[in-house]
Design a protein around this ligand. Structure first.
Ligand code: CS2
Length: 344
């Protein structure tokens, strides 16, 4: 199957979202801790997953994947706290229930204090609204602190680099056998931002291409593990060179599960999000390189700039804000590049 585009990072799915996908010529969707999966019992139930699958079937849309179980399902696992084994048992249930309804991709992140930005309202090209991060400004806290996936409780104690690695190994050793048996693939999202400094007390470990390769080693090359290849987060590490290093390292071994296609201008410690084509890497060169290493999965839009008339960037999770001009631009840009490369 050739590289395909999917409408991604969907928080709120409704008729508007489904219509937006069809009007953009997309046949697949990817969800991001979606409204239709509340997961009230510590895992995603068979009933709610089946209802989501049946809703998308009715809408004529394929579910390419889910990303990020609710934080309430996962925070003890990330932090290595007592009670993580119960959460891991619930994660088994989520995996098995996903498999039962034919959903085979589950993205996850290893960010106990989630994604950080220092400004959610920066003027990008032509005054478009974008977000930014500057390490020098973290003293004011996370500008994303009120975002629904950001933790409300501060860490009880700092989490060191060694403990973050050990917690990840513990998680993989427990869940990969279950994921392999179920035929579900877990996909790690790189740290965003990929800084060396702890943010909110938690060390950041998946912050270089070498660290992502080390995660693959921790997974013992399991077919049930892959990289949620966020090009934006890797671009934040080191621009196109970092992107190419990840492609050349994990692509040939089939460890790139899917792609978040966004970009930034600048690299840590200071960057801002931007439109595709004006960032650190050349999207056409990156897609060609992904194809050349055999990547044949799906790619999603991710965060996008808010252009004139768009309600907001990714802080507003309504379908009205999600189905934006900025998102249509990103997807149309990628459709054009895929067509030009003869990959559509
Ligand atoms: O690049 C990013 O930070 C995004 O894709 C996140 O919004 C998303 O929640 C990721 O899964 C990180 O958790």
């Amino acid at each position: 199957m050739p590289i395909r585009l999917s409408l991604g990072h969907i928080d709120v799915y409704d008729d508007r979202t489904a219509t937006f996908a069809h009007q953009l010529g997309l046949t697949g969707v990817q969800f991001h801790t979606p409204n239709l999966l509340p997961g009230e019992n510590g895992h995603w139930s068979l009933e709610e997953l089946r209802a989501l699958r049946e809703r998308c079937d009715r809408d004529g849309l394929r579910i390419d994947g889910l990303e990020n179980v609710p934080l309430a399902h996962f925070w003890k696992v990330q932090r290595g706290l007592p009670g993580r084994d119960e959460q891991i048992e619930n994660y088994f249930r989520t995996i098995r229930n996903m498999a039962a309804v034919g959903i085979d991709m589950l993205g996850y992140n290893w960010l106990p204090t989630f994604v950080w930005r220092t400004d959610m309202d920066v003027a990008g090209r032509g005054g478009a609204k974008v977000t930014a991060f500057d390490l020098a400004e973290i003293g004011a806290g996370n500008a994303l602190a009120s975002y629904r996936l950001s933790p409300t409780e501060p860490l009880a104690e700092p989490i060191s680099v060694d403990r973050m690695w050990a917690n990840h190994q513990y998680f993989l050793d427990a869940v990969l056998p279950v994921a392999e048996e179920a035929g579900v693939r877990l996909a790690l999202h790189p740290d965003d931002p990929p800084v060396d400094e702890p943010l909110g007390g938690a060390a950041r470990i998946f912050n270089t291409p070498a660290a992502l390769a080390a995660a693959h080693k921790q997974a013992k090359a399991s077919p049930a593990w892959g990289l949620d290849f966020c090009l934006g987060s890797v671009s934040e590490m080191g621009g196109e060179d970092a992107v190419n290093e990840v492609i050349d390292t994990l692509g040939p071994v089939g460890a790139i599960a899917y792609v978040h296609f966004r970009d930034v201008q600048g690299t840590v410690p200071s960057f801002r999000e931007c439109f595709l084509g004006e960032g650190n890497y050349n999207p056409a060169r990156v897609i060609r390189r992904l194809h050349e290493v055999g990547f044949d999965g799906f790619m999603i839009d991710d965060h996008v700039p808010a252009v004139i008339g768009d309600p907001d960037t990714w802080m507003d999770i309504s379908s009205d804000a999600y189905c934006s001009r900025g998102r249509a631009h990103a997807l149309g840009y990628l459709q054009g590049v895929l067509n030009g490369l003869g990959l559509d």
